[in-house]
Design a protein around this ligand. Sequence first.
Ligand code: XMP
Length: 513
Amino acid sequence: KILIVDFGSQFTQLIARRIREFGVFSEIVSHKKINVTKIIKENISGIILSGGPLNVYQNDKFKFDKKILKVGLPILGICFGHQILSKELGGRVKKSKHREFGLATINKISNSVLTKNFFNQKNISNVWMSHADQVSKMPKNFKVIASTKNSKLTIIENSKNNFYGVQFHPEVTHTKKGKILLRNFLFLICKVKKNWSSKDQKLKLIKDIREQVGNNKVICGLSGGVDSSVVAQLLSKAIGKKLICIFVNNGLLRKNEEKQVVNTFKKKLKINLIYVNAEKEFINKLIKVSDPEKKRKIIGNLFIKIFERYAKKIKNVKFLAQGTLYPDLIESKSVTGSQTSKIKSHHNVGGLPKKMKLKLVEPLKFLFKDEVRKLGLELNLSKDIISRHPFPGPGLAIRMPGIITYEKIKILKEADFYFIKALKEYGLYHKIWQAYAALLPVKTVGVMGDNRTYEHICLLRAITSEDGMTADFFDFPRGFMQLISNQIINNIRGINRVVYDVTSKPPSTIELE
Ligand code: XMP
């Protein structure tokens, strides 16, 4: 197996998932828990040091057992892992003059087994960076494999000891040939054999659910999105009638969403579904709140309160099932106990109350969106459900920065409706990973029918991604942008300007809050 040492990167689980895709087993351990004796005893073929938010000179904040460099195993350091490997072997790291975030082009300097088939014919490769520090002095016995304009030591190696360092993130999909580099590390350098298959994943998850819940009943928060639908279907296979789904209308859903969900799940799929209209309860708690984290916590708490209220009415309910995915966990808090930075409290993780009466069942918590979609197919869910764009639990609340009002919700529901409808009509919906309209908390001046207007700005966001961890903005044809801008302004009172968000993730996130 491959050992991944986690220094708190947003992407550590993505490394594990890539390895999983190659049919190889891997284990993530926190940097605080590296046990060199155990490493020697276990059948480990190679070690990957993850990225992380720290600086290599913040020695008091992390642990690095130098003995790991002496066990004779191949090591690949990624981003922070590259910097710590370099520093520990006698190199130096400093703050970069030019921070690099997003896409960067790297140039090949010399050959390496690690980069076999990684560069194009012009000897360049496009990679995804997210760093402020860089290796400024190479350790002894290393050589440079690739550089960017701003950082000379982008890929370095000591092929005799099988030590490799890369400043970018080969595990994210936006590093075009990142998989090739990781595959080279696994199969050419660590010489691992394929030993893990995803074929039994569904059965294993079902077995785990049965073991966890025993004879108790489970309520499942169903939103109609991909994740909760897959969870509901998994649980239905695992425990049958002991599953009760609850759909809460929090007033922050897309236009007509509640009708569609009830229609699909209750009428078509015949799932045991309770519909709760809690619009007023949610909005009254949120009205006048503008802090993004407060909004998320209020919503997360209220969801649970409502689930608990309904659970009380049914005998023997001990569990609450949620469609939490790995990216929700990693952005909300640290998973392995390493030092991950909190980016935002996903409503179903960091937004949960401290004390909960129901225990959580989260069968998807180590999976990514596209893996969940594949699982959904295995569970015979319809393509319609599986290919829906993700929609966050806090819904429109986090798509209107600033205070929430009934009027803003009404305007935003309409804008979003026109945007999504046009995407479907013009065959763009399935080319995009996620798209939505947002309402910015500023008004600007316009002129309509010779009159002055002073109204909201509608921001449109559409991104491409594979797993939501990194993303790029979608390239719309000019004609479509013109059309949607006209449709929104002509049909909705309260908006006189439409803008398009052209940032990637990182540095932005997909949602605005
Ligand atoms: P960000 O904004 O963190 O979003 O780049 C990544 C993905 O997660 C979704 N998201 C959420 N989903 N509860 C959810 O169920 C939440 O609190 C939440 N916050 C973000 C977001 O829509 C995107 O698909």
